[in-house]
Design a protein around this ligand. Structure first.
Ligand code: ADP
Length: 701
């Protein structure tokens, strides 16, 4: 009965032990074999902890209780257990944290204690407890590691402080910057946080700081799972950019919240960023990266001024770019652009060259296309990322085109000039040879006709003509070379205007009558008796032009020289000479080259007329020297009008003509104007009116 009761109690006791969450093991150590530990009971929790069935574990322990230990721990532990067994240490003092290896090879931390000891005749009964403390140990270790990490990190920072947020206590603080040290003078966390805030001058940045860097905000953030926060701001301590951050952890032992705050000098990085940003803004519409494996891109930098920008991403490269081409690339460039931007094509091009670039056009908001350069380059050696950019090159392209045009013009002009010069040389030799041959031939003829004075006189006259032509030819060439080398100068003096016209008429009139061409001079309005200027050059200009008119006006035609003084301001008179003819006219294509040296219009008529192609070039240069200009209007087969405008000086001394007219008092005279040209009659009438002639009404008004 007694035995049964004891057995029942034992049974109940065992059941109770199996309910307990702590692993328990009972063992015996016999007096006669103190080295042998005989395990005879393990509870459920012990079996679960070791990863066995209870009976299985007991069997294992019956062989040896050291089975689940690391070999290196085993010896150490046996020695400590022995101290208890041999009575060197009281069993209550035995407490060890050890690693055990579970059946499935998993490693756990356990706390091992000896809970009880009872002696009987044969030896001692021990009870050991085993408690899983893996999580506690790991949390502690992690905390220690983080503490070490932040303390190391602190050394690289501009400033740091380590504080207990729960208790508002600063544990540690330091800074390599004097001004920052000053901000950390206050003792508690709240005060330091506020004093750091005062070093942030920009209101927007200060507001962000205030929202995140108070003890209250930080504790709340931790509770919501935010353990880290960082912000960049301008700071008055270094007068540059700083990154201020915090990291928080909970002390696993005390449960208190610990924060590490850091200030890092990021001035160089921000400066570099800003420089890149500015350059990018000026040089690029955008810069992005393509993830080669995913065929996705993201845009990292965009210009403020850029238009038609692709979405920031990350988005699919091929479909997005195809959409961009359809929307923004002009239809005529779309196919070429699609080929250039094809993903495999880009990879192929980057196999061949480091950089792949192409140019396309994109339609702007106003619908006008602008040139864009798109470039691709691998960013990494693994060829996993491609950097791509787009820049606006409209201005460069325009400049290039303009330059090409200018160069093209210059080339054509140079070609034309060299062609004209060689043509001139060949013509010149021909032109010189003709009169020279005439002179040589006629002089031989004259020598042989000494006894025939009439024939001889004729030959000598012709020799004279040829010689004069030769002289004028050489004069023209000399003039031109003087102009081209800048050696031609104005020889200004007071000259008689009537005499100038008279001299011109003396040369032109005989030539015109000889050719059977009518020649009229109309001095339209009042002109001065004398002017200050280079008379010879004016005469040469007008004779060159009038000479051409005679040359290029067939028999029966008409040439008119129209002279007028347009205005006179501050003793500077603007003169206009208009030479019109009813000649062959000038072709529209040749007009732009009319005043170029050594050129002549390529037509049958010109070829029959003597000339060098220098007359008008000389005339133009001379007129320009006189601050004037020369223009031409011409209709083929109708005629040409050359207009020369230039400035001449007028002084009081030159106003003689007016005085003369006044002193003559012609007002009593009657006049009759007779001419077959109405224009001549009209201009003469004008002059008479200025002179106050009495017109008796028989001239039609
Ligand atoms: P040149 O008369 O010696 O040939 P110019 O320089 O004086 O040289 O003239 C150049 C060319 O301009 C002439 O060869 C001719 O083809 C054209 N030209 C000049 N004046 C006239 C004009 N009044 N009518 C028609 N063609 C003209």
């Amino acid at each position: 009965m007694k035995e049964t009761k004891e057995e029942t109690e034992q049974e109940m006791f065992r059941e109770l032990l199996d309910q307990i969450n702590i692993g328990l093991m009972a063992c015996r150590v016999y007096h006669n074999a103190p080295d042998t530990i005989d395990a005879y009971y393990v509870n459920n929790a012990m079996a679960v902890l070791m990863g066995y069935e209870p009976m299985e574990l007991l069997e294992l322990y019956k062989k040896s209780i050291w089975n689940n230990l690391f070999p290196e721990d085993r010896e150490n532990l046996q020695e400590k257990v022995n101290r208890v067994l041999t009575g060197q240490q009281h069993f209550t003092e035995f407490c060890e944290d050890i690693w055990i290896v579970r059946k499935n090879k998993e490693i756990r931390w356990v706390n091992l204690r000896i809970v009880s000891r009872h002696e009987n005749e044969s030896g001692w009964n021990y009870c050991l407890s085993c408690q899983d403390i893996t999580e506690r140990v790991e949390t502690k270790q992690k905390y220690q590691e983080e503490m070490t990490y932040y303390t190391t990190f602190a050394k690289q920072s501009l400033a740091f402080f380590h504080c207990n947020m729960t208790n508002n206590v600063v544990e540690k603080k330091n800074s390599s910057n004097m001004k920052m040290l000053e901000t950390m003078v206050p003792q508690n966390v709240d005060e330091i946080l506020a004093s750091i805030g005062d070093t942030i001058p920009l209101p927007e940045e200060r507001a962000i700081y205030d929202a995140h860097f108070t003890r209250e905000a930080m504790i709340k953030a931790y509770e919501q799972g935010v353990f880290h926060f960082a912000m960049e701001h301008w700071d008055t301590c270094i007068d540059g950019w700083i990154e201020t951050s915090y990291d928080m952890l909970k002390n696993p032992v005390t449960g208190e919240l610990v924060a590490f705050m850091f200030a890092r000098d990021i001035n160089a990085r921000i400066l570099a960023q800003k420089i890149i940003g500015r350059i990018t803004e000026q040089e690029y519409d955008y810069i992005g990266c393509i993830d080669v494996a995913r065929k996705e891109y993201s845009i990292y930098i965009q210009s403020q001024n850029g238009t038609r920008l692709p979405p920031i991403g990350p988005v699919d490269f091929e479909s997005t770019i195809a959409e961009m081409i359809e929307k923004f690339v002009p239809a005529e460039d779309a196919e070429m652009t699609a080929v250039n931007v094809n993903f495999s094509h880009i990879l192929e091009e980057l196999q061949k060259n480091d950089v792949y670039t192409f140019v396309t056009r994109m339609l702007e908001n106003d619908g006008k296309p602008r040139y864009k350069r798109v470039s691709f380059i691998y960013l990494d050696d693994m060829k996993q990322t491609i950097l791509f950019s787009r820049s606006d090159i409209q201005a460069i392209m325009m400049e290039e085109q303009e330059q090409k045009q200018v160069l093209g013009h210059a080339l054509r002009a140079a070609e034309q000039a060299s062609k004209a010069k060689s043509e001139f040389l060949s013509r010149m030799s021909h032109e010189i040879r003709t009169p020279m041959n005439a002179i040589i031939g006629l002089s031989a003829l004259a020598a042989s006709d000494v006894d025939k004075p009439d024939v001889m006189a004729d030959s000598i006259a012709k020799i004279g003509m040829s010689a004069r032509y030769l002289l004028s030819l050489i004069n023209d060439i000399l003039d031109m070379s003087r102009i081209e080398s800048g050696r031609m100068e104005l020889n200004e003096s007071v000259f008689d205007f009537d005499k100038l016209i008279f001299n011109i008429n003396n040369i032109i009139f005989p030539q015109a009558s000889k050719k059977g061409v009518d020649y009229d001079v109309i001095v339209n309005r009042y002109v001065e008796k004398a002017y200050l200027g280079d008379e010879t050059k004016i005469q040469q200009v007008l004779i060159n032009i009038l000479g051409n008119s005679i040359k290029f006006t067939p028999k029966g035609g008409k040439i008119t020289l129209h002279v007028e003084q347009l205005e006179c301001v501050d003793n500077r008179a603007r003169m206009r000479f208009e030479i019109s003819d009813t000649g062959i006219g000038i072709d529209e294509d040749y007009l732009p080259h009319l005043f170029e040296a050594f050129t002549r219009e390529a037509n049958g008529y010109t070829a029959t007329v003597q000339g060098t192609g220098l007359g008008l070039a000389i005339a133009k240069s001379m007129v320009e020297m006189m601050d004037g200009d020369i223009r031409v209007r011409s209709i083929k087969n109708v005629g040409s009008v050359f207009t020369v405008e230039l400035f001449l000086g007028v002084s009081e001394a030159t106003r003689e003509r007016l005085n003369l007219v006044e002193s003559m008092n012609l007002t009593k005279l009657h006049a009759l104007i007779i001419d077959d040209d109405v224009l001549v009659c009209e201009s003469t009438e004008q002059i008479f009116r200025i002179w106050d002639y009495r017109l008796n009404g028989w001239i039609p008004e």
